[in-house]
Design a protein around this ligand. Structure first.
Ligand code: PEP
Length: 249
């Protein structure tokens, strides 16, 4: 059995005071969540606060990006070791916003995943197609090449130490959610891509769904056999909404 993981992706949101209120709300509500594992991926400047407020709770800390390199002259970058130093357990790699706005390729994403694993974190590797690609019947081709583009560079054993998030780009922040059947089909396909290399790892790996998952639709999505959790953007910014999703996990 795969234990569900519900991870919040705060994106570029939050001040010290709003984050303090949100983290405190999540920590206190999370005490009644036992089935799902919970994480929040906060912006870099809020990691210190996150480390303090999540200490001793059942909510894990995560980051949203990491440098491919381990240290040195890379102005503006943050290494995997630094994230670990601040208590990060998870790091999002290859989010569609980073692929689209910051030119992250499979090669760069593979390096970020490797650097994160080497430092002891668990990457959440995001994949997903655009609306145009889905309408052109290319969804599986795109997702397959994103998975294989990382797998071929880092090897199947690394997939034993990461999570995958299926995030159809057309569903992120749009209010449009993939139907439970669409999401389930994509998850089965992703698992099959991993199974091409290792059936055992494919059976074990958690595949999260992300894309306008909210309190109202979480239970149905999470009840699908191959949906092992959620990566939650907008709804993770409201403690009560996020906690309803955690309870549904
Ligand atoms: C995300 O950014 O990972 C995401 C899933 O966002 P939203 O839930 O807002 O669609």
């Amino acid at each position: 059995m795969r234990r569900p993981l519900i991870a919040g992706n705060w994106k570029m949101n939050g001040t010290k005071s709003s984050a303090e209120a949100l983290l405190s709300g999540v920590v206190s509500g999370a005490t009644s969540v036992s089935k799902a594992e919970i994480a929040v991926c906060v912006p870099f400047p809020l990691l210190c606060l996150g480390e303090q407020l999540l200490a001793g709770s059942n909510v894990q800390l995560g980051a949203q990006n990491v440098c491919t390199e381990s240290g040195g002259a890379y102005t503006g970058e943050v290494s995997a070791a630094m994230l670990v130093d601040f208590g990060c357990r998870y790091v999002i790699c290859g989010h569609s916003e980073r692929r689209e706005y910051y030119g992250e390729t499979d090669e760069i994403i593979a390096k970020k995943v490797s650097a994160s694993i080497a430092a002891g974190m668990t990457p959440i590797l995001c994949v997903g197609e655009t609306l145009q690609q889905r309408e052109d019947g290319l969804a599986e081709q795109v997702i397959g090449s994103q998975i294989k583009g990382v797998l071929s560079r880092i090897g199947i054993d690394a997939f034993d130490r990461l999570e995958i998030a299926y995030e159809p780009v057309w569903a992120i922040g749009t209010g449009k959610t993939a139907s439970p059947e669409q999401a389930q089909d994509a998850h089965v396909f992703i698992r099959s891509q991993v199974a091409d290399e290792s059936a055992a790892i494919a059976e074990k790996i958690r595949i999260l769904y992300g894309g306008s998952m909210k309190a109202a639709n979480a239970r149905e999505l999470l009840s699908q056999a191959d949906i092992d959790g959620g990566l939650i953007g907008g709804a993770s910014l409201v403690a009560d909404d996020f906690l309803v999703i955690c309870q549904a996990g």
